[in-house]
Design a protein around this ligand. Structure first.
Ligand code: HEC
Ligand code: HEC
Length: 398
């Protein structure tokens, strides 16, 4: 294997690698002029220009960021130990990266400029005509999130999407990781992504990244057509190689995606209790805050929820995907306002182990009509695109 051909060459930018360009032939080499490439717009903007390298992008480009518990001595020169793979890239500014020497009067600039630092629209390239930049949020506590999948993430795979690999394909029978799929087509899927997509199971969620981000650039106006898993398997050794490796990626996330705690940061202790554990007035305020959190936030923001005295559909039906979703949600919502829920929830929040293995999200689908946040997120076709990609037609499409 020639040097650089497999993992490529370093670019100096985390997540980007250079690979030899197979189209860089003798004629292209004769035309190549590195000085003009940097200095002459008529040269570097030419669409006929064949560059010696292709640029490969890995997950790290968007998901590696400064580790909050290990800040670098010099922010301009971080070392590897100052970076973390699951924290997300908060300093990733799409408009600066993709629109060099931007013209503020251009459409492209205006579109990219709506992305706040650290966010990006994952259906930007295969555009769905919805502008939907979202943070690459930290991938923490995957274990507890998988547990939530068995509570709220029940989905039925449709024709085509049942082709997705499941963890059961890789781990021995009886392994705890087998409980997220029941053949032939029931999957318990964590609510990965902010629109609660990825209803095909954890591995499908990871596999699709290679496709939805590396699509032909469209400025819209064209329907995105499905790529079926069966077709990808038949024609693409890249797809096959990807599928073969994602189980290890999932294992890596399970093990490595641990939270960054303020207590572990340098001087972290001084931010707790006003820096003084004996400040009783301050402790009382913190405890009051826990009660407020239990009463108002925990019903959506806790992996640990109370068990109801009388059955609730959202738990019985494991998330209520399907036609009765709103009715089912409303029953849960009413319950969260009851004394029973609040009493039990307060006890959970006040318990000293509340934050252990807690993703601080219940990972059930929350109606946007209730939340009244930016509707682009749940409307975005990151989800429907994914469904097309693998031919997934969940019940609410029918
Ligand atoms: C071009 C930037 C980019 C690249 C490259 C990228 N991601 Fe992401 N990723 C994002 C964004 C943006 C989100 C959040 C999208 C949302 O929630 O709507 C995200 C979300 C995720 C999530 C869900 C996080 C959560 O907690 O819900 C996972 C898991 C993930 N990416 C894995 C990967 C993997 C694995 C790769 C490489 C195969 C990858 N990403 C490559 C931008 C990227
Ligand atoms: C009805 C369910 C619900 C309730 C109640 C709720 N939230 Fe949220 N919260 C959400 C959802 C859903 C999101 C993600 C919204 C989005 O990304 O568009 C969110 C996002 C957040 C975020 C941003 C998280 C991030 O990673 O970017 C914070 C912080 C937050 N909520 C805090 C709170 C607090 C504090 C309370 C209580 C005062 C609360 N929430 C009550 C559903 C809820």
């Amino acid at each position: 294997m020639p040097v650089g051909s497999f993992y490529g060459y370093a670019t100096g930018i985390v997540g980007l690698r250079l690979f030899p360009n197979p189209q860089f032939d003798a004629a292209a080499a004769a035309r190549w002029d590195p000085a003009r490439y940097y200095n002459d717009p008529t040269y570097y903007y030419s669409k006929e220009l064949v560059r010696p390298y292709r640029v490969g992008m890995s997950c790290a480009f968007c998901h590696v960021g400064p580790d909050p518990t290990r800040p670098p001595a010099d922010p301009e020169h971080p070392k590897w130990e100052n970076l973390n793979n699951s924290v997300g890239a908060q300093y990733f500014w799409v408009d600066r990266i993709f629109d060099w020497k931007a013209d503020p009067g251009s459409y492209v600039y205006q579109m990219f400029h709506t992305s706040r630092p650290g966010s990006l629209d994952t259906s930007l390239v295969s555009t769905d005509n919805i502008n939907n930049p979202r943070t690459m949020n930290a991938i923490y506590n995957l274990g507890p999130r998988l547990e939530q999948a068995t509570r709220f993430g029940k989905e039925t795979l449709g024709p085509g999407s049942d082709n997705n690999k499941q963890l059961n394909d890789y781990v021995p029978p009886g392994d705890p990781l087998t409980k997220f799929f029941v053949p032939p087509n029931t999957v318990y899927s964590p609510r990965v992504l902010k629109d609660g997509s990825d209803s095909v199971g954890a591995l499908g969620a990871l596999n699709r990244v290679y496709l939805n981000i590396h699509f032909n650039a469209l400025v819209g106006g064209k329907t995105v057509t499905p790529i079926e898993i069966a077709t990808a398997r038949k024609n693409s050794s890249y797809w096959e190689a990807t599928e073969a490796q994602t189980v290890n990626l999932a294992r890596f996330f399970l093990r490595a995606a641990t939270p960054h705690k303020l207590s572990a940061a340098p001087d972290g202790a001084k931010y707790f209790n006003n820096g003084n554990a004996n400040d009783t007035a301050y402790v009382a305020r913190v405890n009051n805050g826990k009660v407020i959190f239990a009463d108002n936030c925990a019903r959506c923001h806790s992996s640990k929820l109370p068990a109801p005295d009388s059955p609730k559909q959202i738990m019985e039906a494991q998330g209520c995907a399907g036609p009765n979703y709103l009715k089912c949600w409303d029953e849960y919502w009413q319950w969260t306002m009851s004394d029973e829920f609040k009493t039990k929830m307060r006890a959970i929040v006040i318990a000293p182990d509340f934050l252990d293995n807690n993703y601080l999200s219940a990972e059930h689908r929350v109606p946007v009509t209730l939340l009244q946040t930016n509707a682009c997120s749940p409307l975005a076709t990151n989800t429907t695109f994914l469904r097309r990609l693998t031919k997934i037609y969940p019940p609410w499409d029918q």
